[in-house]
Design a protein around this ligand. Structure first.
Ligand code: HEC
Length: 161
Protein backbone atom coordinates (compact mmCIF):
# COMPACT_ATOMS: atom_id res chain seq x y z
CA UNK A 1 0.00 0.00 0.00
CA UNK A 2 2.84 2.36 0.93
CA UNK A 3 4.45 1.65 -2.42
CA UNK A 4 1.28 2.71 -4.23
CA UNK A 5 1.32 6.02 -2.39
CA UNK A 6 4.93 6.63 -3.38
CA UNK A 7 4.05 5.89 -6.99
CA UNK A 8 1.22 8.40 -6.86
CA UNK A 9 3.55 10.97 -5.31
CA UNK A 10 6.13 10.34 -8.03
CA UNK A 11 3.48 10.76 -10.73
CA UNK A 12 2.30 13.98 -9.15
CA UNK A 13 5.90 15.23 -9.15
CA UNK A 14 6.34 14.31 -12.80
CA UNK A 15 3.08 16.05 -13.58
CA UNK A 16 4.36 19.16 -11.88
CA UNK A 17 7.58 19.09 -13.92
CA UNK A 18 5.62 18.64 -17.14
CA UNK A 19 3.42 21.58 -16.17
CA UNK A 20 6.40 23.82 -15.40
CA UNK A 21 7.99 22.84 -18.73
CA UNK A 22 4.79 23.91 -20.44
CA UNK A 23 5.02 27.23 -18.61
CA UNK A 24 8.55 27.92 -19.78
CA UNK A 25 7.53 27.19 -23.39
CA UNK A 26 4.69 29.70 -23.02
CA UNK A 27 7.09 32.25 -21.55
CA UNK A 28 9.36 31.87 -24.58
CA UNK A 29 6.53 32.36 -27.06
CA UNK A 30 5.40 35.42 -25.10
CA UNK A 31 8.72 37.03 -26.13
CA UNK A 32 8.13 37.95 -29.79
CA UNK A 33 11.18 40.24 -29.83
CA UNK A 34 14.29 38.15 -29.18
CA UNK A 35 17.33 39.98 -27.72
CA UNK A 36 19.23 39.99 -31.03
CA UNK A 37 16.27 41.66 -32.79
CA UNK A 38 15.86 44.53 -30.32
CA UNK A 39 16.72 47.90 -31.86
CA UNK A 40 17.73 50.81 -29.64
CA UNK A 41 17.35 54.14 -31.45
CA UNK A 42 18.33 57.41 -29.72
CA UNK A 43 18.19 55.79 -26.29
CA UNK A 44 14.70 54.45 -26.84
CA UNK A 45 12.90 51.21 -27.64
CA UNK A 46 9.42 52.30 -28.62
CA UNK A 47 7.63 48.95 -28.97
CA UNK A 48 7.11 46.59 -26.05
CA UNK A 49 9.11 43.35 -26.07
CA UNK A 50 6.00 41.23 -25.57
CA UNK A 51 2.32 41.27 -26.51
CA UNK A 52 1.19 41.16 -22.90
CA UNK A 53 1.20 44.49 -21.03
CA UNK A 54 3.62 44.72 -18.09
CA UNK A 55 2.28 43.96 -14.63
CA UNK A 56 3.51 46.50 -12.06
CA UNK A 57 2.99 44.19 -9.06
CA UNK A 58 5.15 41.51 -10.69
CA UNK A 59 7.70 44.15 -11.67
CA UNK A 60 7.94 45.25 -8.05
CA UNK A 61 8.87 41.67 -7.15
CA UNK A 62 11.51 41.37 -9.88
CA UNK A 63 13.00 44.70 -8.78
CA UNK A 64 13.69 43.37 -5.29
CA UNK A 65 14.43 39.75 -6.23
CA UNK A 66 18.11 39.03 -5.56
CA UNK A 67 18.21 36.34 -8.22
CA UNK A 68 16.50 38.33 -10.98
CA UNK A 69 16.60 42.09 -11.30
CA UNK A 70 18.44 42.68 -8.06
CA UNK A 71 17.90 46.35 -8.83
CA UNK A 72 17.70 47.13 -5.13
CA UNK A 73 21.34 46.09 -4.68
CA UNK A 74 22.35 49.20 -6.65
CA UNK A 75 19.31 51.51 -6.46
CA UNK A 76 17.72 52.83 -3.27
CA UNK A 77 13.91 52.91 -3.47
CA UNK A 78 11.65 54.64 -0.93
CA UNK A 79 8.73 52.49 -2.06
CA UNK A 80 10.65 49.53 -0.54
CA UNK A 81 11.77 51.26 2.64
CA UNK A 82 10.84 48.14 4.65
CA UNK A 83 13.24 45.91 2.70
CA UNK A 84 16.90 45.78 3.84
CA UNK A 85 20.11 46.45 1.88
CA UNK A 86 19.41 49.25 -0.55
CA UNK A 87 22.50 49.91 -2.64
CA UNK A 88 23.78 53.33 -3.60
CA UNK A 89 25.85 52.44 -6.65
CA UNK A 90 23.25 53.89 -9.02
CA UNK A 91 20.85 56.80 -8.49
CA UNK A 92 17.77 56.28 -6.29
CA UNK A 93 14.76 55.35 -8.44
CA UNK A 94 12.36 57.60 -6.53
CA UNK A 95 10.22 59.59 -9.01
CA UNK A 96 11.97 57.87 -11.91
CA UNK A 97 8.70 58.02 -13.90
CA UNK A 98 9.03 61.82 -13.96
CA UNK A 99 12.49 61.59 -15.55
CA UNK A 100 12.08 58.85 -18.16
CA UNK A 101 9.47 57.58 -20.61
CA UNK A 102 8.65 53.87 -20.88
CA UNK A 103 10.59 53.76 -24.18
CA UNK A 104 13.69 55.18 -22.46
CA UNK A 105 13.36 52.85 -19.47
CA UNK A 106 13.06 49.92 -21.88
CA UNK A 107 16.38 50.86 -23.49
CA UNK A 108 18.07 51.30 -20.09
CA UNK A 109 16.85 47.91 -18.93
CA UNK A 110 17.53 46.03 -22.15
CA UNK A 111 21.10 47.29 -22.49
CA UNK A 112 22.29 50.01 -20.10
CA UNK A 113 25.54 50.34 -22.07
CA UNK A 114 23.61 51.62 -25.07
CA UNK A 115 22.36 54.54 -22.97
CA UNK A 116 25.10 55.19 -20.38
CA UNK A 117 28.13 54.00 -22.36
CA UNK A 118 30.40 50.99 -22.15
CA UNK A 119 31.77 51.89 -18.73
CA UNK A 120 28.48 51.58 -16.86
CA UNK A 121 28.37 48.84 -14.27
CA UNK A 122 24.61 48.44 -14.68
CA UNK A 123 24.07 45.06 -16.35
CA UNK A 124 22.14 44.73 -19.60
CA UNK A 125 19.09 42.67 -18.66
CA UNK A 126 17.81 41.68 -22.09
CA UNK A 127 20.95 41.37 -24.14
CA UNK A 128 23.42 38.57 -24.60
CA UNK A 129 26.19 41.19 -24.28
CA UNK A 130 25.44 42.06 -20.66
CA UNK A 131 28.77 43.47 -19.48
CA UNK A 132 31.95 42.43 -17.69
CA UNK A 133 30.40 42.03 -14.27
CA UNK A 134 28.01 39.33 -15.24
CA UNK A 135 27.96 35.95 -13.46
CA UNK A 136 29.19 33.02 -15.57
CA UNK A 137 25.80 31.31 -15.47
CA UNK A 138 24.28 34.27 -17.37
CA UNK A 139 26.86 34.31 -20.19
CA UNK A 140 24.99 33.93 -23.49
CA UNK A 141 21.63 34.18 -21.73
CA UNK A 142 19.55 37.14 -20.74
CA UNK A 143 19.10 37.88 -17.03
CA UNK A 144 15.42 38.77 -17.44
CA UNK A 145 12.93 37.64 -20.05
CA UNK A 146 10.99 40.14 -22.12
CA UNK A 147 7.91 39.93 -19.92
CA UNK A 148 9.93 40.64 -16.79
CA UNK A 149 11.42 43.72 -18.47
CA UNK A 150 7.90 44.94 -19.36
CA UNK A 151 6.73 44.23 -15.78
CA UNK A 152 9.60 46.28 -14.33
CA UNK A 153 8.86 49.18 -16.71
CA UNK A 154 5.22 49.10 -15.56
CA UNK A 155 6.42 49.18 -11.96
CA UNK A 156 8.92 52.01 -12.51
CA UNK A 157 6.14 54.07 -14.16
CA UNK A 158 4.26 53.96 -10.83
CA UNK A 159 7.18 55.77 -9.09
CA UNK A 160 6.09 59.36 -9.52
CA UNK A 161 7.39 60.91 -6.30
C1 HEC B 1 25.43 46.70 -10.50
C2 HEC B 1 24.61 47.84 -10.17
C3 HEC B 1 23.29 48.04 -10.88
C4 HEC B 1 22.24 47.16 -10.98
C5 HEC B 1 22.15 45.71 -10.50
C6 HEC B 1 21.17 47.89 -11.62
N1 HEC B 1 21.57 49.16 -11.92
FE1 HEC B 1 20.41 50.63 -12.75
N2 HEC B 1 22.03 51.89 -12.75
C7 HEC B 1 23.25 51.62 -12.19
C8 HEC B 1 24.11 52.80 -12.36
C9 HEC B 1 25.54 52.92 -11.88
C10 HEC B 1 23.32 53.77 -13.04
C11 HEC B 1 23.73 55.18 -13.46
C12 HEC B 1 24.20 55.17 -14.88
C13 HEC B 1 25.70 55.14 -14.93
O1 HEC B 1 26.30 56.14 -14.55
O2 HEC B 1 26.27 54.11 -15.29
C14 HEC B 1 22.02 53.18 -13.25
C15 HEC B 1 20.96 53.83 -13.85
C16 HEC B 1 19.66 53.38 -13.86
C17 HEC B 1 18.50 54.16 -14.24
C18 HEC B 1 18.50 55.63 -14.62
C19 HEC B 1 18.33 56.36 -13.29
C20 HEC B 1 18.36 57.85 -13.34
O3 HEC B 1 17.72 58.46 -12.46
O4 HEC B 1 19.02 58.43 -14.21
C21 HEC B 1 17.41 53.36 -14.09
C22 HEC B 1 15.95 53.72 -14.36
C23 HEC B 1 17.88 52.08 -13.63
N3 HEC B 1 19.26 52.13 -13.49
C24 HEC B 1 17.07 51.00 -13.36
C25 HEC B 1 17.53 49.76 -12.93
C26 HEC B 1 16.66 48.62 -12.73
C27 HEC B 1 15.15 48.64 -12.92
C28 HEC B 1 17.47 47.58 -12.37
C29 HEC B 1 17.08 46.15 -12.13
C30 HEC B 1 16.42 45.47 -13.23
C31 HEC B 1 18.83 48.10 -12.29
N4 HEC B 1 18.82 49.42 -12.64
C32 HEC B 1 19.93 47.35 -11.89
C33 HEC B 1 23.64 50.45 -11.57
C34 HEC B 1 22.86 49.30 -11.48
Amino acid sequence: MKKAIYTIAACALMGATAASNAISINAASANPVTPDKVKIVDGEIKSPLTNKPGNAADGRNWFANRKLGNCLACHANQDMSKKPFHGEIGPAVDAVATRYSPAQLRAILVNAKSVFGDQTIMPGFYTTDAGQRIAKKFKGKTILNGQQVEDIIAYLMTLKK
